[in-house]
Design a protein around this ligand. Structure first.
Ligand SMILES: Nc1ncnc2c1ncn2[C@@H]1O[C@H](COP(=O)(O)OP(=O)(O)OP(=O)(O)O)[C@@H](O)[C@H]1O
Ligand SMILES: O=P(O)(O)OC[C@H]1O[C@H](OP(=O)(O)OP(=O)(O)O)[C@H](O)[C@@H]1O
Ligand SMILES: O=C(O)c1cccnc1
Ligand SMILES: [Mg+2]
Length: 496
């Protein structure tokens, strides 16, 4: 996969916040650049007030890291940067160091299409401090958006209860790249197709569509427009019936459906894009059935989202296919996921990792320190809990306690012996070398579907979902608590 080569002059190394570059320079200057660090990427709260999040974006991350190199144009740009006094911002020796820098990190990550929960890392980056730091912004940019949209798509598809959801978002998406990434993430989240032809070409997503009101309006009558469309696409006719009068539109669709049938063809269905979608879909269903078109599909569109779809289902609307654009690809009710990327450990002389903590007044914002991983326990195919644990920690198969990272009184006892387990962070890069073969998009979509199946329906409720247990393994909990207390004592001494 290539991300637009021409616009970015073959390099995305500067797709980062300026402070990452200034920190990189300062790390280099203070001799810390090559110290080994561990960073984790995670989020603190599910989007859309939901009970699950669906990870997406790893393939972009892999592409970004594989091509991570400061190109000639990048170095020239940095070389010309001046400080307030007009002096060069960066030492030429640093720029030479940057131009020779090769991506050499270890990356472990959850696979795309994995259901994920707050506070557990989705990506772990271990490597030279300077590289880990430079990766913060692009990794967040990629993962935050694609994970957000995959999650929104999953919610919309859950609401559609297995009926096809066509993604129609391109015209309202956040720019060109946003649109492409959104189409990909929507497909992972369960959408059946995209209207974005370029996403079809680049990612192999099925493309599909109907026609617009302009097609109808370009003819003298709606009937002529339907007839002409049927001439052009006798096997793929979905007639948009609401340009002038929806009931009359349905009658015209039936007329052309009969013409098609006399030629041995079948109309696929109709689309309704305005008005009361429950009422008109039910009227349309009855008219189509009574006219001998019980198989004709009814597509609905118009500012749909998971809540309107749920409401329409509750009203027993006769809708078979859902066209969803704006509210899906813009993640309308929550435009950002808010995942963060935090330093968790620094390797020290004896080869072990010194855990790092960021203390905060809000316990929600205190990170999980150390070099850790995540294990998911399954019972009879259902996910029961996620445990965050230190990599070198032995786990007693007979019984462990996991402790909620925000509220330590919330605990869960687990007997690993009785469960199947999956380590969620999979090796992606080792010393900069790619170890992982990205699955085909189709496989990722399948994984997303299967992962959602492992989740109890109470966690998938659109509002007020039941909380899925994610906890720290006991020793990690104690390590974290000790670090927080130590850091606070240190603060108190300072104040005196
Ligand atoms: N039966 C229904 N129950 C709940 N929501 C509905 C129902 N029918 C339509 N909606 C939703 O209500 C909103 C109606 O949008 P709007 O007020 O723009 O009306 P409209 O019929 O689309 O008007 P226009 O003719 O300008 O397109 C849309 O989000 C649509 O999905
Ligand atoms: O509503 P969305 O979920 O974004 O789905 C895509 C919308 O785009 C098209 O019309 P457009 O919105 O361009 O014009 P219209 O609202 O006048 O139909 C289509 O008819 C849908 O209504
Ligand atoms: O194919 C369609 O019906 C379509 C495509 C994009 C936006 N709205 C509708
Ligand atoms: Mg619209």
């Amino acid at each position: 996969m290539k991300i637009t080569k021409d616009l970015y002059q073959g390099s995305l190394a500067l797709l980062t916040d300026f402070y990452q570059v200034t920190m990189a320079y300062a790390y280099w200057k203070s001799g810390k650049a090559e110290e080994e660090a561990v960073f984790n990427l995670f989020f603190r709260k599910h989007p859309f007030q939901g009970g699950f999040t669906l990870a997406a974006g790893l393939e972009y991350v892999i592409d970004y890291c594989k091509n991570f190199k400061f190109g000639v144009h990048d170095i020239t740009y940095l070389k010309e940067m001046k400080d307030k006094e007009g002096a060069n911002m960066f030492d030429p020796a640093f720029l030479k160091y940057l131009s020779e820098m090769k991506f050499s990190c270890d990356i472990d990550a959850v696979e795309e299409g994995t259901v994920v929960f707050p506070n557990a890392p989705m990506i772990r980056v271990k490597g030279p401090l300077i590289q880990c730091q430079l990766l913060e912004t692009p990794l967040l940019n990629i993962f935050n958006f694609q994970t957000l949209i995959a999650t929104k798509a999953a919610r919309i598809n859950l609401a559609a209860q297995g009926e096809p959801v066509l993604e129609f978002g391109l015209r309202r998406a956040q720019g060109i790249d946003g649109a492409l990434a959104a189409s990909r993430a929507s497909y992972i989240g369960g959408c059946t197709s995209t209207s974005n032809v370029m996403a079809g070409k680049l990612f192999g997503i099925p493309v599909s569509g109907t026609h617009a009101h302009s097609w109808i309006m370009s003819f003298e009558t709606e009937l002529e427009a339907f007839e002409a469309y049927a001439e052009a696409f006798p096997d793929n006719c979905i007639f948009l019936v609401d340009t002038y009068d929806t009931i009359n539109g349905i009658k015209n669709a039936i007329k052309v459906g009969n013409i098609l049938r006399s030629r041995g063809k079948e109309m696929v269905g109709i689309r309704i894009d305005s008005g009361d979608l429950a009422y008109f879909s039910n009227v349309a269903r009855q008219m189509l059935d009574e006219s001998g078109f019980p198989e004709a599909k009814i597509v609905a569109s118009n500012d749909l989202d998971e809540h309107i779809i749920t409401s329409l289902k509750g009203q027993e609307a006769s809708i078979n296919v859902w066209g969803v654009g704006t509210k899906l690809v813009t993640a309308f009710d929550q435009p950002a996921l808010g995942a963060v990327y935090k330093l968790a450990a620094i390797r020290i002389e004896n080869g072990t990792y010194a855990p790092k903590i960021k203390v905060s007044q809000q316990s929600l914002k205190i990170n999980v320190p150390g070099y850790h991983n995540v294990k998911r326990y399954y019972s009879k195919g259902k996910a029961v809990a996620d445990m965050i644990y230190l990599e070198d920690q032995e786990i007693d198969p007979k019984g462990i306690v996991i402790i909620d990272p925000i509220d330590s009184t919330r605990r869960k006892r687990i007997m690993p012996l009785f469960y199947q387990e999956e380590i969620l962070l999979k090796p992606i890069f080792r010393n900069g070398k790619l170890m992982y073969k990205s699955p085909a998009l189709e496989e990722i979509r399948k994984r997303a579907f299967e992962q959602l199946e492992t989740l109890d329906k109470t966690h998938k409720r659109l509002i007020n979902p039941h909380l899925y247990p994610v906890g720290l393994e006991e020793n990690l909990h104690h390590l974290r608590t000790d670090l927080v207390l130590k850091a606070q004592k240190f603060d108190q001494k300072d104040e005196k």
